[in-house]
Design a protein around this ligand. Structure first.
Ligand SMILES: [Zn+2]
Ligand SMILES: [Zn+2]
Length: 272
């Protein structure tokens, strides 16, 4: 696809799963077909957990499945008019930086999505653990989350920050402002030259909003943080979900371009 053609299309969807993660459906080929009309599709299935205690076939592929994932997506490259990228969604856990760096360095990736899905022993975005919100200190959850995001950015291992304000997923808001914690995360992301993901999956969740909010996106823009787009599709029909709306929100926040990746190098593309 020429650069001119790419910038006329809706953005590359950089956040797409496969059935290997245990909670998605549809063959990778079907996701690529569904991306027809987008500027490209990037797979970013969950990297296996480094801690055996967190291994769960319903959350991430196993280490045995990782080569299956990598080979399967690489085989799709160049087989359709829609460009296919190979990414991964990696959780950040404090103390695992060295091991994670070694794992990632050995993989032929176009980009690495950095994600926080756990605060301590709480996988707070996992609906199987929804009852834990009852009586929980939600303000503390948000603060701990943004503190971990700042640490994730300082680790310097990730290209983008996935689903930036994920703790809002089930509609629980902090009782008091967490602006200082958000600002710490944004400043660390800017300093690490990371990209922020505009992720439409929140529109399909109880919160009914894009991650991040328009307000957070405006502050990211003011700090010069570039953006990318992702649907977090777990089925082919979710590929590129509500991307017109996501582009409109990005423009409202002042963005004129987005970023895509090739072998961990950035390519800046004008918004359509
Ligand atoms: Zn995620
Ligand atoms: Zn995801």
């Amino acid at each position: 696809m020429s650069a001119e053609e790419r910038q006329l299309r809706l953005p590359v969807d950089h956040h797409v799963h496969t059935p290997l993660c245990g909670h998605a459906e549809g063959a990778p080929r079907a996701y690529v077909v569904a991306a027809d009309g987008l500027a490209g599709i990037g797979f970013s299935d969950h990297l296996p957990y480094l801690e055996p205690a967190k291994a769960d076939p319903a959350l991430a592929m196993s280490w045995d499945e990782l080569p299956v994932y990598l080979d399967g997506i690489q085989r799709l490259k160049g087989k359709s008019a829609t460009p296919v990228l190979l990414g991964i969604e990696a959780d950040y856990f404090p103390g695992q930086e060295t091991r994670l760096e070694a794992v990632l360095a050995a993989l032929p990736l176009d980009y690495v999505c950095g994600a926080i899905h756990w605060v301590g022993d709480w996988p707070f975005d996992d609906s199987r653990h929804l009852r834990r919100y009852e009586g929980a200190d939600v303000t503390a959850l948000y603060r701990d989350y943004y503190r971990l995001v700042a640490e994730m950015a300082r680790a310097g291992l990730f290209d983008l920050w996935a689903h930036p304000d994920l703790p809002k997923k089930f509609g629980y808001s902090p009782e008091e402002t967490v602006r200082d914690a958000e600002d710490e995360a944004l400043a660390a992301v800017a300093a690490a030259r990371m990209v922020l993901e505009v992720n439409t999956s929140g529109l399909r969740k109880p919160v009914g909003e894009i991650y991040p909010s328009l307000e957070l996106l405006r502050r990211a823009r003011a700090l010069g943080i570039p953006i990318t787009f992702g649907s977090d599709a777990h089925a082919p029909y979710e590929v590129g979900h509500e991307f017109e709306r996501a582009v409109a929100q990005a423009k409202e926040a002042g963005y004129r371009t987005y970023v895509t990746f090739l072998r961990r190098e950035r390519i800046t593309v004008p918004l359509p």
